[in-house]
Design a protein around this ligand. Structure first.
Ligand SMILES: [Zn+2]
Ligand SMILES: [Zn+2]
Length: 134
């Protein structure tokens, strides 16, 4: 599936080819902090399927509890997370942040990981009062 996306300020734009079956949610505490919210939704694609169309993203390398290092790529102007990938040489897979993809409504998650640290209230949001706007 062809997708395109970009950051909130518009500096960074990209296009990519992704498999809609490869969308997942991560509930790890690093994702909660880096996304600034309850969990993160990601779709994976080989680096070759990703084309940066404009802008110069910045990279922050985080070290996980396991010692594993991962590059977090984001817009330096507005902070929108764009993707994460491995550090160092070798073929790379980009984990694109679904919230920055224009076709995000067509990319529902198919799996979730790190559920041990998932926010305990997630299952209750379907029952909360709903307001169409603000
Ligand atoms: Zn931006
Ligand atoms: Zn995570």
């Amino acid at each position: 599936m062809k997708i395109d996306g970009g950051c909130h300020c518009g500096a960074i734009t990209y296009a990519a080819e992704v498999d809609p079956a490869d969308v997942g949610i991560c509930h790890c505490t690093d994702c909660q902090t880096l996304a600034g919210t309850a969990f993160r939704t990601t779709v994976y694609t080989p680096e070759a399927n990703f084309t940066l169309l404009s802008g110069q993203p910045k990279t922050y390398v985080k070290t996980a509890e396991s010692g594993n290092r991962r590059a977090q790529v984001f817009c330096p102007a507005c902070g929108t997370p764009i993707y994460a990938t491995s550090v160092g040489a070798g073929p790379k897979v980009f984990g694109l942040r679904v919230g920055a993809i224009r076709q995000r409504d067509d990319l529902p998650p198919r799996k979730q990981c790190w559920t041990r640290s998932a926010q305990t209230w997630l299952g209750t949001i379907g029952f909360l009062p709903k307001i169409e706007r603000q």
